[in-house]
Design a protein around this ligand. Sequence first.
Ligand code: NIG
Ligand code: FE
Length: 390
Amino acid sequence: MSSLLVTGIGQLVTNDPALGDGSSLGVVTSAALVVEGGHVAWAGPMVSAPAADSSYDVGGRSVVPGFVDSHSHLVFAGDRSEEFAARMSGTPYSAGGIRTTVAATRAATDEQLAANVARHVAEMRRQGTTTVEIKSGYGLTVHDEARALAIAAQATDETTFLGAHVVPPEYADDPGGYVDLVTGPMLEACAPHARWIDVFCETGAFSADQARAVLAAGRAAGLQGRLHANQLGPGPGVQLACELGLTAVDHCTYLSDCDVDALASSGTVATLLPGVEFSTRSPYPDARGLIDAGVRVAVATDCNPGSSYTSSMPLCVALAVREMRMTPAEALLAATRGGAAALGRTEVGHLAAGARADLVVLDAPSYVHLAYRPGVPIVREVLVGGTAPL
Ligand code: NIG
Ligand code: FE
């Protein structure tokens, strides 16, 4: 097995507090890293780097772990730019817009949907994302949800069945019947293609009891649970996620003190999605309060055509810093190691020995530039498992 020494790293963020400056980011200056078999074999100061078969000099730039985007909805067709424009003129966001994308997605061919997923994953990759979770949720029939997940599975192992996104129009008069469909034939068709099950637990979507039923059925079928909750207003979703010990609960925009306490005393990761608040002109979640209370947070894009049509983790890091009062270090940690925790993954989101060699080379001397230079394409190179994409 041949080894590669990545050298000339001006600043290396390992996310391992045992390395470098001892901070949570484990920052090593004048660093090097050895990649072997797609994994990090060694990371530390350049002066003590071991020999390797070949070397690659990044010229003093900084290197950070690849972003782990733990929340996206990439299997869709259609465009909702007019809805966005209307919002910017004062029309509020509503969950009902999801049905516009459902109609367009049902009408699209498998090839069109797969091409759309591939295009967005490539767009994410160019911006430093090396692990992405993709949800269904714009099909809402047995056939359309199953094909959405089969298409998502071509792009990632982190696939999530979100049949319980909204009640589709044909079940408007029978929401209970739709929950029966989701927990029965739809789950049976989707489970083979999914790792996770998710529910939009919100007024206008699904109640806590309905969410509980969907999550229980998903778990019985071997899927792990996660939730969309407390996005559009206060609600029971966050507490439900903590009670059930879910890996992650996403959005967390409207939280009570009890919600924060429940999160702090659970292992559930709170995933914050600042692209949503940006794109819906809504108040941002209180990331500062969550972190100060001891809650583990992740930052993700929620890339979807309605509430957050950005694929850019650097933008979300910048928003987390500027609008949610996270420090640049907290935001980067949340976008890497936090995202990994939100997916229950230990081999991604950091660059200590044993991690998958997912590296992002920044055209900048420091990771702080991710927030300091918003909108500037400073991601210079992305290696997944130590290799550049074809
Ligand atoms: O995560 N919250 C529910 N679902 C998506 C929005 C989808 C849409 O508007 O199309 C979200 O924000
Ligand atoms: Fe979402």
